[in-house]
Design a protein around this ligand. Structure first.
Ligand code: UDP
Length: 409
C-alpha cells in the first residue's frame, strides 16, 4: 500500500484518483524545493510530507536547504519582519550579504531540475546566480503576507521576480501586483502525520502527566515558535485577566525554535519573565520533532489560542480545527480565513478580547463542541494535503502550457 492510498480513508477514493490522474500528465519531471530550514515553522512542516508524496506521484523530487553564516539569518529574519510591516534597520551590506549567500548556494546546491520551487525570500536570488539551462522553470512561493511591506526590502526582493516563471501566494490578500503569473494556493496539513493523526488515550494522558498538566481541569493552549508576531505575552495577559474568575484554568505555551529564526531565545526570555511564577501557566520548550506531544496537547486543550499580531497562513490554527477545537485567534493573515466568528471560533484584537471570548466558550460546552465539529469539516473540505498537491500539479501543468490561463486560479 502506497502512502497516498492511506488518504483515501480520509478524503475518499475519488479525490485521490483525481490527484493521480493529474499527476500522470506531469510524471517524470524533476522537481526541487528550496527553503532555509529543515525543521521548525510551517514551511518545513509542509515540505516534510510534500516531498515524499510528490515522489510517489511519479515526480522525481528533492528538497534542498540553503546555508549561510548566522548574520545571514539575522538579515533574513529582518526581511521577514519588514515584509510583514515592521520597521527594520538594514544597511547596504546586509543586502549584499543576502546576495552573496544566494550566489554561494546557487553553486553549492544541486538545482538541476525541470522546476524549482523557491520558498520565501531567503533563497529568492538563486535564479540570478544559477547558470542558464540548469533549471527549466522557476517558481517563487511566498508564504508570508506581503501586502504592506517595508519599501526598501520589497524593492530589493521584487527585482528577483522577473527571473521567475510564476509566483504563488497563500491568499489573494497577501499578494502584490507582480509582473509574473500568480497562483493562489492556501497551505494544508497532513491528517495522518504524527502531528495530526488520532492518538491513543493512554498516550495523551501520559503526555499531560509528563508535563505536569492536570487532565481534569480546563486547558488553554497556544503552540508557536517564540516570535513577537505570535504575541505570547498577549496570551499571558489574557490568562491573567481570566484566572480570578476561573481559578481552575491552566495555560500552556508550547514552542520550539526554528534554525532560521535567531530571535527565538530572546523572545523566550521575555515570555519566561512575563510568566513569572504564575500558577498553572507552563512554558514548554519542545524539540523540533515533538509532533506527538503537540498532537496530544492540542487534543487535550479546551480552547486553542493563536493570538498572532501578524501571521502567514497559521498552520497551528488548521491543526487545532482539525482536532475539533474552537480557536481564538488574532484577526490577521490566514487566521481570518480559517476562523469565522461563532462558527469555528473567534477573531480577536486584544488580550481583553481574547479573555472575553474564552469566558464565553468556557461557559458553553455545547457551543465548543459544535464549533469543533464545524472546524473539522471546514479543514477537511479546504485544507488537507490532497487539495494542496493538486494545486501544485496544476502549476506544473501551467508551466508546460503557459497559454492555458484558465488554470491560473
Ligand atoms: N510547530 C512545531 N513545534 C513548535 C512550534 C510550532 O512543530 O514548537 C509547528 C506547528 O505545529 C505548525 C508549524 O510549526 O505545524 C507552524 O506553522 P504556522 O504556519 O502556524 O507558523 P510559522 O511558524 O510558519 O510562522
Amino acid at each position: 500500500m502506497g502512502l497516498l492510498d492511506r488518504y483515501e480513508e480520509v478524503v475518499g477514493h475519488q479525490e485521490v484518483r483525481r490527484l493521480r490522474h493529474l499527476a500522470e500528465r506531469v510524471a517524470g519531471k524533476r522537481i526541487v524545493h528550496v527553503n532555509s530550514t529543515r525543521t521548525g515553522g510551517g514551511v518545513a512542516e509542509i515540505l516534510g510530507w510534500m516531498v515524499p508524496l510528490f515522489n510517489e506521484l511519479g515526480l522525481e523530487t528533492r528538497w534542498e536547504v540553503i546555508a549561510g553564516p548566522p548574520d545571514f539569518y539575522r538579515v533574513t529574519k529582518s526581511f521577514h519582519n519588514a515584509i510583514q510591516g515592521l520597521p527594520v534597520n538594514l544597511k547596504r551590506g546586509d543586502f549584499e550579504l543576502h546576495n552573496e549567500v544566494n550566489r554561494q548556494n546557487a553553486e553549492r546546491l544541486n538545482l538541476e531540475a525541470d522546476a524549482v520551487f523557491v520558498h520565501d525570500p531567503q533563497p529568492g536570488y538563486l535564479p540570478h546566480f544559477t547558470p542558464k539551462g540548469r533549471v527549466k522553470r522557476w517558481v517563487w512561493r511566498c508564504h508570508i503576507d506581503a501586502a504592506r511591506p517595508n519599501r526598501a526590502v520589497w524593492k530589493y526582493l521584487e527585482k528577483a521576480v522577473p527571473m521567475y516563471d510564476a509566483t504563488i501566494f497563500s491568499m489573494a490578500a497577501f499578494a502584490r501586483p507582480l509582473p509574473r503569473p500568480m497562483f493562489i494556493i492556501p497551505p494544508s496539513i497532513d491528517p495522518l502525520s504524527d502531528k495530526n493523526c488520532p492518538i491513543p488515550e493512554a498516550e495523551r494522558l501520559e503526555t499531560l502527566g509528563r508535563h505536569g498538566i492536570d487532565a481534569d481541569r480546563p486547558l488553554l493552549l497556544q503552540v508557536s515558535r517564540f516570535d513577537r508576531f505570535k504575541d505570547p505575552l498577549g496570551v499571558i495577559d489574557a490568562f491573567r485577566l481570566l484566572k480570578p474568575y476561573y481559578p481552575e484554568l491552566q495555560l500552556v505555551l508550547a514552542g520550539g525554535s526554528a534554525d532560521d529564526d535567531p530571535e527565538g531565545a530572546e523572545v523566550l526570555k521575555e515570555v519566561m519573565e512575563r510568566a513569572g511564577s504564575e500558577k498553572d501557566l507552563k512554558v514548554l520548550l519542545l524539540p523540533p520533532d515533538a509532533h506527538r506531544t503537540i498532537n496530544a496537547l492540542q487534543r487535550s486543550a479546551t480552547i486553542i489560542l493563536q493570538k498572532s499580531l501578524r501571521e502567514g497562513f497559521g498552520l497551528t490554527v488548521t491543526e487545532a480545527l482539525w482536532k475539533g477545537k474552537p480557536v481564538i485567534g488574532g484577526a490577521t493573515g490566514g487566521i481570518a480565513l480559517q476562523i469565522h466568528d461563532y462558527q469555528t471560533g473567534f477573531l480577536v484584537y486584544s488580550p481583553a478580547g481574547a479573555a472575553y471570548r474564552v469566558r464565553y466558550l468556557l461557559r458553553y460546552a455545547d457551543k465548543r463542541q459544535r464549533m469543533g465539529k464545524i472546524g473539522h469539516e471546514f479543514v477537511k473540505e479546504h485544507f488537507l494535503l490532497v487539495r494542496h498537491l493538486r494545486d501544485y500539479l496544476k502549476v506544473l501543468l501551467y508551466l508546460d502550457h503557459p497559454g492555458m490561463e484558465t488554470l491560473v486560479v
